[in-house]
Write a protein that binds this ligand. Structure first.
Ligand code: DAK
Length: 257
């Protein structure tokens, strides 16, 4: 299996498991990843997803170059669409998705990390959009998401040069939330996921939906959407439980409804 899923209560860890190719994504692996993301997105018992790569060297070293090399323009378009569908599945999943970047995140690998809500990196992680070195532009959203995440001039420099950056530089430019020693990364990622999963599941989903809505439709529409989300929360048991627990000075028992 090129994609595996490990669960701890309400958290699912998705691993791209193709270490002999540094977890590069070919069509079967992309399809399996897309199917897994869609299944988990539809699963109400999953509150947070983690996404990582197998082995110690790579998160995802990009699209599989050996598959891409001989593609016709029509096949290249289909391949780009499949990669875009994976990135959209991450963004459109109701649950937060955390990229756990344990090594190379290059090209399509960096683009998949960009589509995640949060990025944690090991001190060995390496990021880059080296597509221009292969004679192609980014194909899975890097030209759009990178300039929206880091300062646009820095994004353009990285996109035009294809140069790789270390985890420390990624932290400095805001590409990752935190950098940890490689041996600690996964534990830290589970801890962050647990912190999120301890909150009201509906509230976390509404919060992701509102941030995404604003990203896609602009501030005014995002603010209007946020008001609707806020009002909707008052139809839920979790809202009553969360506030009652505060007033009664106890931990809330959220039920996700
Ligand atoms: N594809 C296929 N195989 C890969 C790979 C990749 N992206 N990355 C690594 N591998 C394979 C290597 O070929 C090698 O296989 P064997 O020789 O052992 O059979 C094995 O993984 C181990 O890699 P290395 O021997 O090269 O290991 P090193 O430590 O020497 O180097 C490296 C590690 C990550 C620096 C190096 O492997 C490397 O530069 N890899 C390529 C990274 C890269 O350029 N990634 C971006 C790929 S382009 C589009 C659609 C999609 C995209 C763009 C446009 N449209 C339709 C428009 C997406 C593009 C990309 O992602």
């Amino acid at each position: 299996m090129s994609i595996t899923v490990t669960r701890q209560e309400r958290i699912a860890l998705i691993t791209v498991d193709r270490p002999e190719r540094l977890n590069a994504l070919d069509t079967p692996t992309l399809r399996a990843l897309l199917e897994t993301l869609r299944e988990l997105a539809a699963d109400e018992s999953t509150c947070v997803m983690l996404l990582t790569g197998a082995g110690e060297r790579a998160f995802i070293a990009g699209a599989d170059i050996s598959e891409m090399a001989e593609k016709s323009p029509a096949e290249a378009l289909a391949f780009a669409e499949l990669g875009h569908a994976v990135c959209r599945a991450i963004e459109e999943a109701p649950q937060p998705v955390i990229a756990v970047v344990n090594g190379y995140a290059l090209g399509g690998g960096c683009e998949i990390a960009l589509a995640c809500d949060i990025r944690l990196a090991s001190d060995r992680a390496v990021f880059g959009q080296p597509e221009v070195k292969l004679g192609i532009p980014p194909g899975w959203g890097g030209s759009q998401r990178l300039p929206r995440l880091v300062p646009p001039g820095i994004a353009r420099e990285l996109l035009y040069t294809g140069r790789r950056i270390t985890a420390d530089e990624a932290l400095r430019i805001g590409l990752v939330n935190a950098v940890y020693p490689a041996a600690e990364l996964l534990d830290r990622a589970w801890q962050l996921a647990q912190q999120i999963a301890a909150n009201g599941p509906v509230a976390v989903r509404l919060t992701k939906a509102a941030t995404r809505f604003g990203d896609e439709h602009g501030l005014a529409a995002g603010l209007a959407y946020e008001r609707q989300c806020f009002a909707y929360a008052f139809t839920t048991e979790d809202q009553r439980e969360g506030m009652r627990a505060f007033l009664e000075k106890r931990q809330p028992q959220f039920r996700g409804r």
